[in-house]
Unconditional design. Sequence first.
Length: 185
Amino acid sequence: MARSQKQKEESRQAIVRSAARLFRERGVDGVTVAEIMEGAGLTHGGFPRHFASKDELVTEALADVFIATARDPLLPASDLSSYARAYLRPEHRDAPGKGCVFAALGPEMARATAATRHMLTEAIKGQIDQFAGMTGGSTAESRRVEAIGTWATMIGAMVMARIVDDQELADEILTCARRYLDADS
């Protein structure tokens, strides 16, 4: 690969990683292209050489999060209960830029472009399948119910814990969700 092509690819990856972190921290509408480019160590004027639009960047940045997480999982994934306990921790709540895309951007992504929603749909299907494989259910249907119910509880609890401005309540939400899921296993 020619040096300029390699530099372009490195710049594109820096943009994607900057965008993924900033989108999860502040939401898609809460981040400008200039801020993304600055976070990547690049100038705003270079954006069109890499992406046709911010919407295109959203899709690629979120897809990159899923690819990176598949390569190097952020949380232990030996069983669904362990995953839920790790997910429902204050450290995850307090670091949305490094955490779950769905808890950080879920409601906003319901209004995303068709391409972004399709990519997220495929990611959701894959995650449900992975979680279903971690459950102890005796049938495919019961494993799927447990996977979806557990994941929905985790995401909902994380969203609620991030919304409230009362630290005690935020901690209680995470604790109660962990206890609820432990009791349900």
